[in-house]
Design a protein. Structure first.
Length: 143
């Protein structure tokens, strides 16, 4: 299998695991991504759009739907009185902790047939690809 085929097919595997976790928690995969991004810190709408790769109208709808479920809130940006930041609510913070752990378990199970040294080598190589391509932190490192 070529590297392109392997990476694309692997991305489908990861997306399926993410979608399965999302459904288990009553979220869409996009809402799950939003919550995971906000675990690190609140973000302004422009930053969030860049990190998630969403147009302003799509992001606004995603934030609105997630806020209706009480998982995120808009708060004033302390550096720009005209702007808002999106932050987790207490409910959203509690939910994302569980969602994040469940998603990690599902994704970590994908390479179950690999030995420990093979898993470590895979993680090292994928980390290099991610860092070389300056992928934003859309999923934090598990403690």
């Amino acid at each position: 299998m070529s590297i392109a085929t392997a990476l694309v097919r692997a991305s489908f595997l990861v997306n399926a695991a993410y979608a399965e976790s999302s459904r288990a928690f009553g979220l869409t995969p996009q809402q799950g991504q939003l919550l995971c991004v906000l675990m690190a810190q609140p973000y302004g709408m422009g930053e969030l759009g860049s990190v998630l790769g969403l147009a302003k109208s799509s992001l606004t709808g995603l934030v609105d739907r997630t806020a209706q479920h009480g998982l995120v809130r808009r708060e004033p940006d302390p550096l720009d009185g005209r702007a808002v930041r999106i932050a987790l609510t207490e409910k959203g913070g509690e939910l994302v902790e569980e969602f994040y752990a469940a998603t990690c378990r599902r994704v970590e199970a994908l390479p179950a047939s690999l030995s420990t040294p093979e898993r470590e080598a895979l993680a090292e190589m994928l980390a290099r690809v991610v860092l070389d391509n300056k992928v934003p932190v859309v999923f934090m490192e598990q403690d």
